[in-house]
Design a protein around this ligand. Sequence first.
Ligand SMILES: Nc1nc(=O)c2c([nH]1)NC[C@@H]1CN(c3ccc(C(=O)N[C@@H](CCC(=O)O)C(=O)O)cc3)C=[N+]21
Length: 291
Amino acid sequence: MAQILDGLKISKDIKQEIKSEVDEIVSSGQRPPHLAAILVGENGASKAYVSSKVKDCKEVGFKSSLLKFNDTITETELLSEIEKLNADSDIDGFIVQLPIPKGMDEEKVIEAISPEKDVDGFHPENFGRMALEMEAYLPATPYGIMTLLERYNIPTQGKHCVVIGRSRIVGRPMSILMSTKGNPGNATVTVVHSHTQNIEEYTKSADIVIVALGAPKYLKGDMIKDGAVIIDVGISRVEDEGPKGYHLEGDVDFDSCVEKASWITPVPGGVGPMTRAMLMKNTLLAYKRKF
Ligand SMILES: Nc1nc(=O)c2c([nH]1)NC[C@@H]1CN(c3ccc(C(=O)N[C@@H](CCC(=O)O)C(=O)O)cc3)C=[N+]21
């Protein structure tokens, strides 16, 4: 039976470390770090994520600002809100919660964010810096996974890591970070996606499988090898009859994979909380203006 990579616990440790630093900053008379979030429209999951970010800020002692707009806001208006945050010296970092309403140009919106305030690490300048192994704001989910592997001392050097999915915010940056020089890092990486034939051929030979597809229970136990490390990035809301009306499902069929894996992340309580903790970390870095 696999051991659990407890993202919830590690995220609490990280938030505690951040809080200690913030306490010192504040007791020396300086203002605390300040994160802002832009939320457009009424997506239920987005609202929940953004309010959890506000809660995280409170926990670590950051100031936070939430800017909410109706989905009637035009792209031009949104871009001018971004400009205001770029220019506001009281704000260290901000994010534009994705997805933004259909019809808006996501690329243009992300490029409008000043790279120094792009604590999501989504701006092409940060992506490029990351890929070149320069200091950069790393996207929170891949950064969270790297941190989780680091804190559990999971060996990655020379291991075969299969990343399922090639999204801009998870799969692709994840594949880059795993192949990057360092520890964790130095892995041999295969990226598989919707055009890959016989995905199981790759996953069966993987020492580490990172699944970021958004397909509930996609990865089954018979697709992995004994002792593999399984990282589940999926967080699909699946409707049910319970009081909330839904529950979360990962991309990993936990029950069949837990039998074979050596380490596995749960959903909830795995990668999701790490993502949130790394956003706090990036905001602290932005405050300190490291790069
Ligand atoms: N600009 C932007 N930045 C993001 O980082 C971003 C985004 N847009 N859009 C949506 C995705 C998704 N995302 C999650 C963060 C935390 C959890 C999380 O904390 N999950 C908990 C469960 C939360 C629950 O119960 O619903 C867990 O897995 O244990 C999940 C998902 C950030 N995203």
